[in-house]
Write a protein that binds this ligand. Structure first.
Ligand code: GLO
Ligand code: MG
Length: 344
């Protein structure tokens, strides 16, 4: 078993605005500089950005001003020994993104989405990172007949190509999610994301980011989704978290709903020596609404602690015993071995 060290990352949205969709904020929003301080405290060295987390109000700035602000952000990070992991164009909050960006029915909005994504590439390059994350949030429908899925799929390829064309070195990690905020998304699973990348102008520069909860919402096993992407050398980031069945997107602490499922995710990351690729382990988790402001970072600390304990569980798993059981096709014995190992 490899014993590589993991690198951890977090985005400002994981400390949050202190609100859920059903009421006003219950805690003050965490200022960006405090996010960086929390990351340092937790021993995380990667920061994940939406384009406008890195450069607020970028829609009102010229391309040169955007680059200057992103360069200043890079310096701020470097002063704290932090690096930018990725930049994600936040298309889903802007009025032009109401009907989706790349698959909007409005040609002007599609153009806006591509232009904004190219600006996100500029931001990434100025931050010193080459990774763009595409979460196709509203690239789908609420009313299925409102868009043609064939046309939408072609438009998504065109968008990926436009982003690849913005820089010879930029890479794209597609983060699929089957629903929310849309009813049905055009890129719901890793298979779809990888197929989209394969149809692009430069498949070598298109990979995936897997979020545990998104796989669960698609009715899939996150560890198998990860295994599929790892086998293809395409797992370029993860958003570990948890999800208690098919309900709203919960962004629970890693392992909180299904500890064995979390063990299996760590197991597959270990099996493929994900850490040695240099890719980060991100936790896309949110604090509970009930949490008081002074301890509203516990969800991140707990996710990391659970992850590291599960790394130990994977590294101490009695592999030889398991192999004998597998050779005997005694999977009931294997089941017990796994459960007793997890119970400690
Ligand atoms: C929401 C997504 C979201 C993205 C982030 C980066 O369900 O998981 O948190 O990961 O905006 O694009
Ligand atoms: Mg995510």
């Amino acid at each position: 078993m490899p014993e590589s060290q993991y690198r951890f990352s977090v985005g400002p949205w994981n400390l949050g605005r202190g609100a859920d969709p059903f009421g006003p904020p219950v805690r003050p929003a965490v200022p960006f500089d405090d996010v960086l301080a929390v990351a340092v405290d937790l021993g995380f060295d990667g920061i994940q950005f939406h384009d406008d987390d890195a450069v607020p109000d970028l829609e009102d700035l010229s391309p040169a001003q955007i680059v200057a602000k992103a360069e200043a952000m890079r310096k701020k990070l470097a002063d704290m020994n932090l690096v930018a992991e990725f930049v994600a164009p936040r298309l889903w909050e802007h009025p032009h993104g109401i009907d989706g960006g790349y698959t909007s029915n409005d040609a002007a909005c599609r153009k806006w989405a591509i232009d904004r994504s190219k600006r996100a590439v500029d931001v990434a390059m100025a931050l010193g990172c080459d990774l763009i994350v595409l979460w196709p949030a509203r690239e789908g429908t609420g009313v299925r007949e409102s868009k043609c899925p064939v046309e939408a799929s072609r438009r998504l390829v065109d968008a990926v190509n436009a982003i690849l064309g913005a820089s010879p070195t930029v890479r794209i990690a597609i983060e699929p999610k089957p629903n929310e905020p849309v009813d049905t998304a055009f890129i719901p699973t890793i298979g779809h994301a990888l197929a989209l990348g394969a149809r692009s102008a430069d498949p070598a520069r298109v990979g995936v980011l897997i979020e545990s909860a998104h796989a669960i919402l698609a009715g899939l096993d996150p560890s198998d989704e990860m295994g599929f992407a790892l086998a293809a050398g395409k797992l370029w980031s993860v958003h570990l978290n948890d999800q208690n069945g098919l309900k709203y997107d919960q962004d629970k602490v890693f392992g909180a709903a299904n500890l064995r499922g979390a063990f299996d995710q760590v197991r597959v990351l270990e099996a493929a020596d994900y850490a040695a690729t240099g890719a980060f382990v991100g936790f896309d988790v949110k604090a509970q609404r009930t949490q008081k402001a002074e301890s509203a970072t516990a969800h991140l600390a707990t996710s990391q602690a659970v992850f590291l304990k599960l790394v130990e569980k994977v590294r101490t798993f009695p592999v030889n015993t398991a192999d004998e059981m597998i050779a005997q096709r005694d999977y009931e014995a294997l089941e017990r071995l796994v459960l007793e190992h997890l119970l400690g």
